[in-house]
Design a protein around this ligand. Structure first.
Ligand code: ADP
Length: 166
């Protein structure tokens, strides 16, 4: 079997990690022997959390999964996948609106790295409306996010927005 021994990469900005991300990573960790979460140091978006903060939050939230490793990367995803000797990319899909951009990225990655496969998992019903940007927007105005993100992330978001108010 091709993926018996394979390392799967779950890439993203994770600014910050939400329950939707955790669900996809937990499911990938049951399917593949090793999962590497790749945190993109995005140069053109201005993230709320630094790459170190995003990596630390992910490590804390995923500490119950022994076969999951968290690393950061910049540049092309396919180069990162090759660097860590990964075989495939695993991504989550929430809605039709995710599909077009994901389709584009998957085909471009396939062109650059034909040996790397991209696989998609459907979101859990209750997380289909959930995104990091939505969580930040709600948290910023004091809304309840406790069922959308892990407790550590909720605390970190409250900390950030409190600091911004002083
Ligand atoms: P976002 O799109 O919220 O900025 P990321 O860039 O961090 O998130 O996304 C990383 C990966 O996680 C992508 O494959 C994205 O589709 C997936 N993802 C994000 N939110 C969810 C969710 N609620 N359910 C399933 N997958 C998700």
């Amino acid at each position: 079997m091709l993926y018996d021994n394979a390392k799967a990469i779950c890439p993203g900005s994770f600014d910050p990690v939400t329950n939707g991300h955790v669900d996809i990573i937990e499911r990938a960790a049951q399917l593949f022997p090793t999962v590497v979460v790749g945190v993109l140091k995005n140069s053109n978006k201005k993230p709320l959390f630094s790459v170190e903060e995003r990596v630390d939050l992910l490590k804390s939230v995923l500490s119950h999964l022994p076969n999951v490793e968290v690393l950061s990367f910049s540049g092309l995803l396919v180069d990162f996948v090759s660097q860590v000797k990964g075989k495939l990319i695993v991504k989550g899909l929430r809605a039709i609106s995710d599909f077009e951009i994901e389709f584009q990225m998957a085909l471009n990655n396939k062109r650059m790295a034909p040996n790397i496969e991209t696989m998609f998992m459907m979101t859990k019903n209750e997380y289909s409306f959930l995104s990091s940007s939505m969580v930040k927007e709600i948290a910023q105005y004091g809304g309840d996010i406790h069922d959308l993100v892990p407790a550590q992330v909720e605390a970190a978001l409250h900390g950030k927005y409190k600091l911004m108010q002083v």
